[in-house]
Structures are given as C-alpha cells and as structure tokens.
Design a binder for this molecule. Sequence first.
Ligand code: TMP
Ligand code: ZN
Length: 416
Amino acid sequence: MMTANITESNGRLCRVCGAKILPFMSFGKMPIANGFLPPDRTASEYMFELAPAFCRGCSTVQLMEQPAREKMFHENYAFYSSTSRHMQTHFKAFSEMAVSKACTGRRDPFVVELGSNDGIMLQHFQSAGIRHLGIEPSQNVADVARAKGINTLSEFFTVELADRLVAEYGHADAMLSANVICHIPDIHSVAAGVARMLKPDGVFMFEDPYLGDMIAKTSYDQIYDEHVFIFSALSVSAAFGQHGLELVDVAPQVTHGGSMRYVLAPKGSRPVSPAVQVLYEKERAQGLNREETFVQFRRNCESSREALRDLLTSLKRDGKRVAGYGATSKSTTVLNYCGITKELIPYICDTTPIKQGKVSPGMHIPIKPYDAFTAEYPDYAVLFAWNHKSEILAKEQQYAAQGGKWVVFVPKVAVE
Ligand code: TMP
Ligand code: ZN
C-alpha cells in the first residue's frame, strides 16, 4: 500500500542497497547531540537538518544527512560508557557470551572490539589474559582504556584498516561492537572489513538500539546525528549479507531503551537459530518493512511533542520547580524538537564531569553536577536518561519519598 505522505528524496541513495530513500519526517535544524559546549561558545554552534528516511528496497532506516565524523568523535567526546552500573553488568555478560561462542577451547584466541570507548567490555578479556584489541577513534575515551592496560588503537575502522590489522595481528576469533555500528555511514566498508578480519569459524556480534522498540515506544530520541542507522534484523541481514556474512542469531536487550544483539558469521559456517526467522516475521507483522508505519511514527512524535510542551508549560504556570535528570545525547533531540528552553527546564543534572559547567547543545540549558539535584530537590525531574530508569529510581528513593515527581515521555508523556 502506498501513502501520499512520503516522497522520494532528491538524490540521497540508500547506504545499504542503493535505492532512493524516502524521508518520512524532519526534526528541523539540530546541533551535535553530544556537543555540550561552554556558555561563551554558543554563537558559532554547528547545525544540520535531522531527517530520518526509510528505504523501500531493504527496509533500512537511516539519516538523510549526517555531520562529518570528526565533528562527532574526537578528543572531547562526551560519552563515557562506564557511567552506568547496569551497563557494567551488561558488558560483563556480553563478554562472557563472546568467550563461550568463540574463545573457549581455542588456542590463543584474538578478540577485536569496534568502538571500545573506555574499555568497559574489553577489560574482561584483558583480565582473563585473552589477546584483544580495541578500535576507538575518540582519543579521550581511548586514553582511559589504555590507562587500564587495554590495547587500544585510535582510528576509524574501515576495510583498509582491517587489512593492516590482519597483517599485524592475524585474523579474529570474535569481533564485537556495542552502540557503534549504527554510527558508521559507510556500512559496506565496515561489513567488508569484518568479513576480511574474521577467521572462517569466527563470529561477529554487535548490538544497537532496535527499530522495533523505537516504533513501539515512539522513542524518537534515538534519532540523532550519531545514529545514522536504526537497525532491524531485516536491514542488518540486507547489509551484511552482501559481504558473505549471515545473521545466525538475535537476542533482544533492555539496554539503551531497547536494543537488539545480532550474531553474524561467515555464510554456512554456523547453524541459523530459529529465533532469526521468528524475528523477521515479527518485524513484518509490526510493519517495519512498510512506509505507512513511519508516517504513523511521525504523527506519534508530533503528539508526544505537544503533550510534553503542554505539561512543562503548565508546570511553569503553576510555579513548580523543574529540572532535567541526565544530560543524555538523546535529550538533545527532545529539547530541540520540542523547543524546550531554559524557561521551562532551567538546568539539567548529570554525573559526567566533562558535561558539567557547560550548556546543552542547541537549547543552551546549563548542565549542573549531580550534587545540585540532591542539594535542592526540584518538584519535578524530567527523566532524560529514561533508559536507566530502574537504576535511577532505585537510587533516588529519597527524592520520591519527599514528594518529588518524575516526568517521563517514553512510551507516553506522563508524571510518575
Ligand atoms: P546514555 O543514556 O546515553 O547512557 O547517557 C546517560 C547519561 O546520563 C550520561 O551523561 C550519564 C547520565 N546519568 C546520570 O546523570 N545519572 C545516572 O544515574 C545515570 C545512570 C546516568
Ligand atoms: Zn536500501
């Protein structure tokens, strides 16, 4: 069924299959999501148009335009993976799965992680004495990993780098990646690089925010500059299949508000789990391969924006004290798309030192240290770090006990 609401883009072709893609909405001009900036530098802020598109050919959801990678990943990258306790536990489990699938019983196994950040996952291989290499282009976070003794190379992963690494270290038993593959526009260079680097019985496991969750929860804040793709099993299979890699298993994850782990292996080398076919069918039933799903998603985003603006406006009218909780990259999309200024949310508290004392991208809301939250509880806290909800609510029982309320906006705008 066709819809009248989406027209093909002029020129932009699908990064996976080369068909013309269909932009289904625009969030307007956006800054770099992790581009927290000093208050005196707001005049020259870089902006680009944030517009996701759908490919009718291969069902891949992708951005029309993405800023140059050097604008996003550099020596001041503001995201440190190790800030959440739950993420620590999560990556320990991920590393254990990789060991059981591709290290146990092998002589001198070699594990490579793409986008290894501060070493939150590779530390488990390092402490087990397993040969490992992290590829992390953002220098500051890579330095943290190196300080922990984790072998880390600060470069962008491409097929050319893969060839150099094979010459230097040999082929990999396992390649891993979390919240990274969806950042890389040249998916074919990555897929070809992985295919070249893996041993014939090697395995590539990666996880990223999952399109099915984003559609089901209207979690439009997954869409920002870094996330050039929002993957599904259908699109992952289309992209990696072109390079001889087969999707052999899938496993949903609760991290980042709903993610999917994809297990890929050289075609024919491993049995394909029945879970893969089940997920393809579920995705088709959810409409992840149909344009009208994305037209409806846009309408849901518009309703969500209206509800959040109305709620914050009425809290201000009633003289309530409001603060943001967690200056997440995702919050940049919410604040800018909804036009939320510091009149509505005067400040956001965050535990990451590099963000504190700066202002949020685009809307320039001051970022305060976490202590500012406990020193003077607001009446309402907007939970921008909603993906860490259980960890945060457990930690902030005292806030709730003395009457503090949470404002949430995924899956629906509500006060809790
Ligand atoms: P993420 O949603 O992309 O993982 O980013 C989480 C952000 O929220 C990060 O800047 C740290 C911040 N944060 C807090 O301020 N307090 C917390 O309790 C947690 C879990 C995260
Ligand atoms: Zn396509």
